[in-house]
Design a protein around this ligand. Structure first.
Ligand SMILES: [Fe+2]
Length: 351
């Protein structure tokens, strides 16, 4: 598990895409199975974020973890998790997300043979619901759908390894009891789970393609309004009804940097190569958009109402460039020919 600032490789404007993490060695728990892709900011300055992935095949039994550097947004892609926290129990299945606040101790029990997914470590302001502006009182992620932990505590006198991530280093201490022994609490600095299928998707019902910020589930604002330290954005099942509109995302460059992952199914702007458990990175001002096959299909499509219901993709979108850690740049599972998906796009300009 690596921490910002990421200085072992130069920030890179090239588009990047990865296949899922390889299978872990037997006995790999969630913490050992964490693998850092990259990030930005500086954990000691409380700015920026990191992108991690995990692949585990064992439960954390005699150790707990807490992260003093940032809160952790877990996005399970394969395998359910049961999070044992100081505040009680939270189950999170693929299609749901779980948030562990900064400094909260927890351990991860696997509910299936293995577990795979993504983690956004947010060093900045805690994630919160976005301001809804003219949308009004309800919509997008509704507060009523966030689940708090089920009350539980551990009363054991077995040795426990307590791992604390502090300014990028992992510190360990041996306890003679479980620290998950809180029997009552109040307050709001607590873990929670949210089912992404509950997201109330709002989009165009006339023409044109809105900015994906309209799909924001949670936001970590920065000191500049409109420029999030990181937004968590979901591309959930929805109807596409825009008239006279190329419906996939158009080709663009933008001020934000986008790490995208896929929880299930397919994403409507990519034909193949973007698979569940994999991910892509399009850094700020780097051109990207639908691949050749998607462009051809969408350009010829009959524009009747269409349900996009075979995929659940998400994005960690951040105002700062994401520097890819050397281990991610050099990973054998990075798709080195990624730019080839845009090969063959033809010139259509006619005077
Ligand atoms: Fe984009």
């Amino acid at each position: 598990m690596r921490t910002a600032p990421f200085t072992d490789a130069a920030p890179d404007p090239n588009r990047r895409r990865w296949n899922p993490l390889p299978d872990p060695a037997p006995g790999t728990d969630w913490l050992t199975g964490l693998w850092t892709l990259g990030g930005n900011g500086d954990a000691t300055q409380r700015t920026g974020m990191a992108v991690h992935l995990y692949h585990a095949n064992a439960s954390m039994t005699d150790r707990v973890f807490s992260d003093a550097d940032g809160e952790l947004l877990l996005v399970p892609e394969r395998g359910g998790l049961l999070l044992h926290t100081e505040f009680g129990l939270l189950a999170a299945a693929p299609g749901e997300v779980a948030l562990i606040p900064r400094g909260v101790r927890f351990r991860v029990e696997l509910l299936d043979e293995s577990a795979r997914g993504y983690v956004c470590e947010n060093y900045g302001a805690p994630f919160r619901l976005p301001d809804l502006g003219p949308i009004g009182a309800n919509g997008l992620a509704n507060a009523r759908d966030f689940r708090a932990p089920v009350a539980a505590y551990e009363d054991t006198e077995e040795p426990v390894e307590v791992v604390n991530k502090f300014c990028g280093n992992l510190w360990t201490a041996r306890y003679d009891h479980s620290p998950l022994d809180v029997v009552a609490w109040h307050g709001n600095h607590v873990p929670y789970v949210y089912d992404l299928h509950r997201f109330n998707v709002i989009g165009s019902i006339s023409y044109d393609h809105p900015d994906p910020s309209i799909f924001t589930v949670l936001t970590s604002p920065s000191d500049t309004p409109g420029l999030a330290g990181v937004d968590f954005v979901v591309f959930a099942p929805r109807w596409l009804v825009g008239e006279d509109t190329f419906r996939p995302p158009y080709f663009h460059r933008n001020v934000m940097s986008e790490y995208m992952g896929l929880v299930e199914g397919a994403y409507d702007a990519k034909a193949e190569g973007f698979v569940p458990g994999g991910g892509s990175l399009h850094n700020m001002m780097s051109a990207h958009g639908p691949d050749r096959e998607t462009f051809d299909r969408a350009s010829a499509a009959e524009l009747r109402p269409q349900k996009v219901d075979d995929g659940l993709a998400f994005m960690f979108e951040t105002r700062w460039p994401v520097t890819v850690a050397a281990q991610a740049g050099g990973a054998a599972w990075r798709q080195r020919g990624y730019d080839g998906v845009w090969a063959g796009l033809e010139r259509h300009f006619r005077v």
